[in-house]
Design a protein around this ligand. Structure first.
Ligand code: SAH
Length: 371
């Protein structure tokens, strides 16, 4: 019997990788399509139930492969229908995923890392430090588990995941290698088959990785802007020191591209009382984004103990939106969901065994160097 650690986790493999893997096992590559459908269309992870595979192949899978999923540590259902799950990973950390049902869609918010190495001043995940990147299987496994868990609970069995946003714990673009195959699995017809407009990667603005992502996979992009000038943005989103707003906007222009690609960018902007919510900020933001094919999504700040920030009041948010709209910038405000179970943006914390001292040391030259 092969030890579990030596087995291939089939959830780590996108279609291409799984086809190659079957070939390396002297099997036909089309077996990949069959297995993907069992795993993701039918939610079957037991090889014995994969009835269109020969018994000998099932035996081979049993010894060479596994379907490893994190364990469900907690499930919470909010009064507003939002579900939050805490998933325990091998090695002791845990991560969170959130499902938000709306009238015509259901959005799953997925984590990409255990904790986060970036230090955005208003985000509770940042306080947890950083431990490690999630594997492809741990990323797509959140979609698998959420689909399964929603179906199990009579109160949520009518809910469907129609959209995925990489807005849980972590900075997805610091984990491109594991992220991209997971994104492909979200969009592949043999697995979840979501359209590319319904899979969104949110980034704090890592410019080279934004360019790389665009080359690797076609998804929707959200950029955490949060401030209209460098001084304030560096205070809130320290990665701005390395990739200031002008460079970030250039990367956004490259993302949108030319010709008939018709891409756009969603700019996220957390509303912090008295910090970045003044009319002056709205005017600066409007001129920064003037003529750009994108829209602004304001996120009322979600408090957590010791954050030191307060949420802007509704009147301020409404006026901010008005200023943007007067300047022809499309702006909406994200409804706060699931805050009674700490499932709102920036409240996801999981259980992170912090190793960020090591990581910071490793990252220092990258933060320090200016290109
Ligand atoms: N690292 C990625 C994903 C982060 S979470 C990124 O930075 O984009 C998704 C969004 O929630 C980001 O825009 C993030 O800045 C925002 N956010 C973080 N903490 C928040 C809080 N306490 N209240 C409201 N939004 C928050």
């Amino acid at each position: 019997m092969v030890a579990s650690a030596e087995k291939v986790n089939l959830l780590d493999l996108d279609r291409d990788a799984m086809r190659s893997w079957f070939e390396s096992m002297d099997e036909k590559p089309f077996r990949a399509d069959q297995v993907l459908k069992w795993l993701y269309h039918h939610g079957v992870k037991d090889f014995d139930q994969m009835s269109n595979l020969a018994r000998s192949l099932r035996g081979k899978l049993e010894t060479q492969a596994e379907v490893y999923l994190p364990e469900v540590e907690h499930s919470h259902l909010s009064a507003d229908g939002t579900s939050k799950w805490i998933f325990r990973l091998r090695g002791g950390n845990s991560i969170e995923a959130v499902f938000i049902p709306e009238k015509n869609r259901g959005t799953l918010c997925v984590s990409s890392q255990v904790g986060c190495a970036l230090d955005c001043s208003f985000c509770s995940t940042a306080r947890q430090g950083f431990n490690r990147n999630l594997s492809t299987g741990e990323i797509i496994g959140q979609v698998w588990l959420a689909t399964h868990l929603l179906a199990l609970n009579p109160a949520t069995q009518h809910h469907r995941i129609t959209n995925v946003v990489m807005m849980g714990m972590g900075e997805p673009l610091l984990n491109l290698k594991e992220l991209v195959p997971a994104l492909k699995l979200m969009m592949d017809d043999r697995s979840y088959g979501l359209s590319k407009r319904r899979v969104t990667v949110s980034t704090s603005g890592l410019v080279p990785a934004m360019d790389r992502l665009r080359e690797l996979v076609d998804v929707a992009l959200a950029v955490s802007l949060h401030a209209p000038n460098d001084e304030l943005r560096s205070e809130l989103v320290p990665i701005n020191e390395k990739y200031p707003i002008a460079e970030l906007m250039d990367a956004c222009r490259r993302w949108v591209g030319v010709g008939d690609r018709k891409r756009h960018v969603m700019f996220e902007y957390v509303m912090l009382d008295g910090v970045n919510d003044k009319l002056e900020h709205a005017r600066q933001l409007a001129s920064l984004l003037s003529g750009f094919p994108g829209k602004v999504n304001l996120i009322p700040f979600n408090p957590f103990p010791g954050s030191g920030y307060r949420r802007s009041n509704q009147q301020t948010i409404d006026r901010f939106i008005q200023v943007l709209q007067q300047k022809r910038i499309v702006a909406t405000c994200r409804q706060t969901r699931g805050d009674d179970i700490d499932a709102a943006c920036g409240q996801l914390a999981g259980q992170v065994n912090d190793r960020s001292k090591r990581v910071l040391k490793f990252m220092q030259p990258r933060f320090g160097e200016r290109t």
